[in-house]
Design a binder for this molecule. Structure first.
Ligand code: NAD
Ligand code: MG
Length: 388
């Protein structure tokens, strides 16, 4: 009798985004191993319908309920259950049989479905770093309780994960590399007048708009320091951010004997996505390979927190702890959107975040409900700061 191979069933939260669409490429390239079982999006129902037609998942969710009927009608001839609304995200993640949940949605909105997935015992492939920034301690506690692993998808954290694969010894230091973004060489004076269009041109990575702006301000790197602390249990003093404009060294780990292990490669998010899906195996890929004779200068620099104040604010948030990282995340979501829409200047973003950190209510040991309240309060404060 022919034995049927069991495919890994994957739920992709945010399948229409940059990470989500690349995850579907990985699934398509290894259709014998992986199956897309749940697909979700916020607004882009037409692309979601197209994806559903191609991958025939058990269920799709459109978070914005206004698009429910259009999506349902577009899929009426297919055996695909169609749901709408933010709560449906959590319910589908809990109620559908899946082997892994890829959290590829943006922002605080990723927190509830990630928690739902962990409570349902589903392993997480984590792209949504905001979840760890906001509630890393809570998430770690839940992962321990429900014995759920988190596989990092963020390229730096995947690199760190790969550098400690097979190691028994503790990490002495994490070297977290940063491209520096499009404004790496700009003076403070030049930063006064940069536009969203300029910020959206990232030198090495093509990503969603929010993370691209976060990369330009280096808040993204600040968030990655927080993400690294919670994923790898390393204190911020031992996480060194190093600007490496070529984005070839994706990050590194130093051990007690001084040895440093790094993971290198061409910048391609499908590598960490595929590894999160296939771990502990590595699968073949036809992605580009590094050309060692073409790499003449790999350079490394100290980040400048005078020009990129958001990075310093993220370290400060970690040091102060409690709900401060949640406050920073919420304020950042507000200023990020405002900058994109031309309502906030580039350097003003850090000012508004710092102000919000000062005025939002501090909670030393926040619960899940506290995080929801903090997020709402910090958004209100940040909004007011912009519109003063
Ligand atoms: P994106 O904007 O391209 O896609 C976001 C996806 O999430 C879309 O499918 C969208 O429909 C969905 N979504 C957005 N808001 C939602 C909401 N409120 N409710 C439900 N669904 C919602 O974003 P991206 O660049 O793919 O990033 C996704 C996440 O991965 C982010 O947390 C980002 O920080 C992280 N990440 C991305 C990259 C990258 O290369 N793009 C790298 C590392 C980490
Ligand atoms: Mg990253």
């Amino acid at each position: 009798m022919k034995e049927e191979k069991v495919k890994k069933q994957i739920a992709i939260l945010g399948s229409t985004g940059s990470i989500g669409t690349q995850a579907l490429q990985v699934i398509a390239a290894h259709a014998d191993l992986f199956e897309a079982r749940v697909l979700t999006a916020n607004n882009r129902w037409e692309l979601l319908a197209e994806q559903a037609r191609r991958f025939i998942p058990a269920a799709v969710v459109i978070a914005n309920e206004a698009h429910y009927e259009s999506l349902r009608d577009a899929l009426s001839d297919l055996p695909v259950a169609v749901y709408a609304g933010a709560d449906a995200l959590c319910q589908v993640v809990e109620g559908t049989e899946v082997d892994m949940v890829l959290t590829a949605m943006v922002g605080f909105a990723g927190l509830p479905p990630t928690i739902a997935a962990i409570r349902a015992g589903k392993p997480i492939a984590l792209a949504n770093k905001e979840t760890m920034v906001v509630a890393g301690e809570l998430i770690n506690g839940l992962c321990r309780k429900y014995q759920v692993p988190i596989l990092p998808v963020d390229s730096e954290h995947s690199a760190i994960f790969q550098s400690i694969m097979g190691e028994q010894s503790a990490i002495e230091k994490i070297i977290l590399t940063a491209s520096g973004g499009p404004f790496r060489t700009y003076s403070l004076e030049q930063l006064e007048t940069v536009t969203p269009a300029m910020a959206l041109k990232h030198p090495n990575w093509e990503m969603g708009a929010k993370i691209t702006i976060d990369s330009a301000s280096m808040m993204n790197k600040g968030f990655e320091v927080i993400e690294a602390k919670w994923l790898f249990g390393v204190e911020p003093e031992r996480i060194q951010v190093v600007v490496h404009p070529q984005s070839v060294v994706h990050s590194a780990v130093q051990f007690a004997d001084g040895a440093v292990k790094a993971q290198l490669g061409v910048p391609d998010m499908r590598v960490p996505i595929q590894l999160a899906f296939s771990f502990p195996q590595r699968l073949h890929s036809d992605f580009d390979r590094l050309d060692w004779y073409a790499m003449h200068d790999l350079t490394f620099e100290r980040p400048d927190t005078d020009r990129f104040r958001c990075l310093a604010l993220a370290y400060e948030a970690l040091r102060r702890g409690g709900n401060i990282p949640c406050i920073v995340n919420a304020a950042n979501e507000i200023v990020n959107r405002a900058f994109l829409e031309g309502r906030c200047r580039f350097l003003e973003m850090a000012e508004v975040i710092a102000n919000t950190m000062q005025h939002a209510t501090f909670i030393a040991e926040p619960t899940y409900e506290d995080y929801l309240a903090t997020d709402a309060e910090a958004r209100r404060i940040a909004d007011n700061c912009i519109n003063h």
